[in-house]
Design a binder for this molecule. Structure first.
Ligand code: TNX
Length: 528
């Protein structure tokens, strides 16, 4: 990844053939056409230059894609399908080798410069054409989200709407600050249907979030079938917080979810929390307990009372089977082992445990991720530490060992923390996380000793002790996750809550059009 300060210089001074090829408009004032939304994008693009006039989609507009590139074709069809559903125009997707003719949208990797990296893109809208180019397909996918945001709000409806479908002329060159732009969903405290998760994925990728971390096991439930240990789901998946029926994903459900996410350039990060937060597993298999006795299932909200038996070999056979089966269905590079709040495991045992689990994760070809407590153990290269609560010691140890850090500070990035005292859902152990608090922080300056170069990215986390439905998920996630998405993607320079909240206000209608039931926080001047 290119450090963000470098982006700035690259944009200003590099002989970017692609950029200089554009006729740069001289007009620099803000957009004036109120029917358009350029200038209100979230995350804010790194470079954005308004042009003159606009481009209108018509029933003759085609989507041109570069010949022989399956991934580009898939993105072309994804974009065309979205546009077609609402405009009613056909948007035929057509392969081409040359520069497409005027009047059309084109997607290309040809000739794009490498400094756009894995996920950057360039989007150029003129009165004649819309050109989306990138160095890699992921960049085209994120650029397609920007293209959607340039269109009138009605484009996000799910039923046919009337136009005109106008895009303002603009040149955007955009590269993310961080490679990891995540959200965690706890499906263990309450279980959520596949369709809920897919809806969430669709809304998240609109804001260029590229990791969905699934917290698949905890004291209250085990949510993924493990063929070699079937009672994990039969018993451990049979309830949830509050005593409801719980549930679990079969392995083919999980694969289906992974494929759905993958087609949207989102990586699923599976988490099996250990050695604590394991009551559901301990209740399913007596042999995982040091006293050989299975405890009862648990439906409360306490934490820190359970632990796998760290001295028994069976514990590591169990972990090895679980990691093997999940890793086999996870194309992403990561496996999250949890490791948080192990109050009932002695510190020395905890370290021993992590150091035994780490090679198992590596053996199945995955990079180990864990909550910040894992930094008390000796970490292998490539291990990733997720910061959640201020435990500066752990972070100092993490960075000293060369581990990369994911920033999920509870006071800013925990979506289960109430917005304010009146929020009907959520917890308040980390205070309150207003929409402003979710936006007004910088990962590179939050914790001394964790520098920009130590940070892999940012992740919002939704724990679900009090969250039971998709409406609950949306209410707590939106709009706060938009702020997290912007922190993860856009440069920190020039960021201000005053400016951001005006842009955010314009996304209220977009979220509504998508059917997302967000919280209309009073601090945001929502229109409409
Ligand atoms: C702390 S954050 C936890 C979770 C709880 C959450 C509630 C972390 C790594 N552990 O087990 O669900 O607080 O906000």
């Amino acid at each position: 990844m290119i450090p963000f300060r470098l982006h700035f210089w690259l944009i200003l001074f590099s002989p970017l053939s692609t950029l200089s090829a554009f006729t740069m408009p001289t007009r620099t004032e803000a957009f004036t056409n109120s029917t358009m939304n350029s200038g209100a994008m979230i995350p804010k693009p790194v470079f954005e230059q308004p042009g003159q006039g606009n481009f209108t989609l018509t029933d003759a507009t085609r989507v041109f894609i570069e010949t022989g590139q399956n991934e580009i074709a898939a993105i072309g069809h994804y974009l065309a399908a979205r546009l077609k559903a609402v405009t009613g125009y056909e948007f035929p997707v057509q392969e081409t080798t040359g520069t497409p003719t005027q009047g059309h949208i084109s997607l290309t990797l040809a000739g794009a410069d490498a400094s756009l990296g894995e996920e950057g893109y360039q989007l150029t809208v003129t009165t004649e054409s819309v050109t989306l180019s990138a160095y890699r397909p992921a960049g085209l996918f994120w650029g397609a989200q920007s293209l959607r945001q340039l269109l009138p709000v009605a484009i996000e409806e799910t039923t046919p709407q009337s136009g005109p479908w106008v895009l303002p002329a603009v040149t955007i060159r955009d590269v993310p600050r961080f490679a990891w732009r995540g959200m965690m969903l706890d499906v263990a405290r309450h279980f959520f249907a596949m369709s809920d998760i897919k809806r969430l994925i669709d809304a998240l990728v609109y804001y260029k979030i590229n990791r969905l971390h699934l917290h698949l096991s905890d004291d209250q439930g085990w949510r993924i079938a493990i063929e070699s240990w079937p009672k994990l789901t039969e018993t451990g998946g049979s309830t949830e917080t509050g005593g409801g029926a719980g549930g679990y994903y079969s392995q083919s459900d999980y694969s289906d979810l992974v494929a759905y996410a993958q087609s949207r350039y989102m990586t699923i990060v599976p988490e099996i929390d250990m050695p604590g937060h394991t009551n559901a597993a301990l209740a399913s298999y007596a042999e995982l307990n040091c006293d050989g006795k299975a405890p009862a299932l648990y439906t409360g909200i306490e934490v820190g009372f359970s632990s796998l038996c760290v001295d028994r070999d069976v514990t590591y056979r169990f972990i090895s089977d679980v990691v093997r089966e999940i890793a086999a269905r996870t194309p992403g590079a990561y496996f999250h082992i949890g490791g948080d709040e192990t109050k009932s495991t002695a510190p020395a045992d905890y370290v021993k445990f992590i150091e035994r689990v780490q090679p198992i994760v590596e053996q199945y070809g995955k990079q180990m991720v864990g909550w910040e407590e894992i930094a008390n153990a000796k970490l292998a290269s490539g291990a990733i530490v997720q910061h959640w609560n201020l435990q500066p010691d752990a972070l100092t140890k993490a960075v000293a060992q060369g581990a990369k850090v994911i920033m999920s500070p509870a006071a800013h990035a925990y979506l289960d923390i109430k917005y304010d005292p009146s929020t009907p859902l959520g917890q308040d152990w980390a205070g309150h996380v207003s929409v402003e608090a979710a936006y007004e922080w910088d990962p590179a300056t939050l914790v001394s000793r964790v520098k920009e170069s130590d940070i892999l990215g940012v992740e919002a986390a939704l724990w679900t002790e009090t969250i039971q439905t998709l409406d609950d998920i949306e209410f707590m996630t939106f709009p706060r996750v938009l702020g997290i998405a912007e922190i993860a993607w856009s440069a920190a320079e020039g960021r201000s809550w005053e400016e951001y909240k005006g842009r955010l206000a314009q996304h209220g209608e977009r979220l509504s059009a998508m059917g997302v039931k967000f919280y209309r926080a009073p601090e945001v001047p929502w229109g409409g």
